[in-house]
Design a protein around this ligand. Structure first.
Ligand code: FES
Length: 125
C-alpha cells in the first residue's frame, strides 16, 4: 500500500516503466546530445518519435500529428507544449494530450528511463 502512495510523486514516464518493469528499455541517444528546450527525432523498432528535453526531464512522443498525420519534427517546442508546423495544433509532451485545435485526439507517449548518461525508451504495444 505504501508503494502506491510513493508512486503518486513520480513523473508519468517513470511511473509507466515501474508498472511494466519487464519491458525492455532501449538507448536512443546520449542525454548530453540534446540541449534544454530542444527535441530530436529517433526511430525505434519502426516507430518514429521525438525525444524532448524540458525542465531537466526527457519525454518521448509520437512524431506524427493526430490531426492529419503530418510530421511534428518541424514543429516548435515551447515549454511542455509541442506545436504542429502544419495547422498549429498543440500537444502536452508529458501526456500527449491535445491542447488546441484542430487536433482533438492525443499523440502517443512512450516510457523514458535515464541511465548511464543515455535516454532509454520503450514502445508498449
Ligand atoms: S496536421 Fe498537425 S495540426 Fe493539422
Amino acid at each position: 500500500m505504501q508503494l502506491w502512495a510513493d508512486l503518486d510523486a513520480i513523473e508519468p514516464p517513470f511511473l509507466c516503466w515501474l508498472q511494466f518493469p519487464e519491458v525492455e528499455m532501449i538507448a536512443v541517444l546520449p542525454m548530453a546530445s540534446l540541449a534544454e528546450g530542444e527535441m530530436a527525432p529517433v526511430r525505434l523498432d519502426g516507430v518514429d518519435m521525438l525525444i524532448c528535453h524540458v525542465e531537466g526531464q526527457f519525454y518521448a512522443v509520437a512524431s506524427r500529428c493526430s490531426h492529419a498525420g503530418q510530421p511534428l519534427v518541424g514543429g516548435r517546442l515551447d515549454g511542455y507544449q509541442l506545436r504542429c508546423p502544419l495547422h498549429r495544433a498543440s500537444f502536452d509532451i508529458r501526456t500527449g494530450a491535445s491542447l488546441g485545435p484542430p487536433a482533438s485526439e492525443p499523440i502517443d507517449t512512450y516510457p523514458v528511463l535515464l541511465e548511464a548518461g543515455k535516454v532509454h525508451v520503450s514502445i508498449l504495444r
